[in-house]
Design a protein around this ligand. Structure first.
Ligand SMILES: [Zn+2]
Ligand SMILES: [Zn+2]
Length: 131
C-alpha cells in the first residue's frame, strides 16, 4: 500500500464523522500537502471497490472507515451522521430481516432520521425563547 493510500485509510478508520471526499482531502492534505484532490477521489473509489470502507448514499456521498455492521442516525437539522450500535436495535433488525418474504436477506442498511441531542436542545431553547 502506498503512503497516500495508508494516510487516507488511517484517517477514515480514526474519523467517525463520515466525511465527504472533500473533507477527506482537506484532512489528508495537512499531512501530505502535495496530494491532489483527484488522487484522493481515486483512492476512495478503489477502497470502495475493495470493500475496506463503506459508502453512504447521501448527497454528497460520505465515507465510513468503520466496516463492522452498524446503522446510521442522520440529523435532519445539522446533517451529522452518527453510528448506531445499540444492541437492541441491531437485534431487532437482524430478527426482522428473517421475516422478509420476498427473498433471503444477506445484509441490510437502515438509516434513522431525526434530531440529534445537540439540535434537540437547541430547538427546545428556541421554543422556550418564544414562550
Ligand atoms: Zn443535529
Ligand atoms: Zn458509520
Amino acid at each position: 500500500m502506498t503512503n497516500q493510500k495508508k494516510l487516507v485509510l488511517d484517517f477514515l478508520r480514526r474519523d467517525t464523522s463520515h466525511p465527504t471526499a472533500e473533507a477527506v482531502w482537506e484532512n489528508v492534505k495537512k499531512q501530505l500537502p502535495q496530494i491532489s484532490r483527484a488522487t484522493v477521489y481515486r483512492i476512495l473509489d478503489n477502497f470502495q471497490k475493495e470493500g475496506v470502507i463503506r459508502v453512504l448514499e447521501t448527497k454528497p456521498t460520505r465515507f465510513d472507515g468503520q466496516i463492522e455492521p452498524h446503522q446510521h442516525f442522520i440529523c435532519n437539522n445539522c446533517g451529522k451522521i452518527f453510528d448506531l450500535k445499540e444492541e437492541k436495535v441491531c437485534r431487532c433488525l437482524r430478527d426482522g430481516s428473517n421475516m422478509v418474504s420476498v427473498g433471503k436477506v444477506h445484509s441490510f442498511n437502515v438509516n434513522f432520521y431525526g434530531l440529534c441531542q445537540n439540535c434537540q436542545t437547541e430547538s427546545d431553547d428556541n421554543l422556550n425563547n418564544k414562550l
